[in-house]
Ligand binder design. Structure first.
Ligand SMILES: [Cu+2]
Length: 126
């Protein structure tokens, strides 16, 4: 499971660590376009906010918003990122409003909305 809010420990002014350590969690960092030494940090878990994959080996890959993804079926985690109404996503860099998945393997694949965990479904590929 993954949380929407990203709790962070701050051991120094430049390093952040997730709480609890090893959780499926990392912050959204938005570079400051006027000062390259500065970032804005959203207390939202980037692994929910941006399209992200955790492969069978545990490697995390982020994709650009409005991504197309071919799912091998061995992934530990596939996330679409946050969907916002058309146009509004421009005000929230990293968000989008569509996510396309091509299923490469037969099976039943359960999904849920992280913001509304009672919204669930299954895709059956036969
Ligand atoms: Cu929802």
């Amino acid at each position: 499971m993954v949380g929407v809010v990203s709790p962070l420990g701050v051991p120094s002014t430049t390093k952040f660590s997730v709480v609890p350590p090893g959780s499926n969690n990392e912050p959204v960092l938005i570079p400051d376009t006027t000062d390259s030494s500065m970032n804005t940090i959203l207390a939202i878990n980037a692994r929910t906010y941006e399209p992200a994959i955790i492969d069978a080996s545990g490697n995390v890959t982020f994709m650009k918003p409005i991504a197309n993804y071919s799912m091998a079926g061995t992934e530990k985690y596939v996330n679409s990122g946050w969907f916002l109404p058309n146009g509004l996503e421009k005000e929230y860099p990293g968000s989008g409003n569509t996510f396309t998945v091509k299923f490469e393997r037969q099976g039943t694949f359960d999904y849920l909305c992280i913001l509304h965990p009672w919204m669930t479904g299954s895709v059956v590929v036969s």
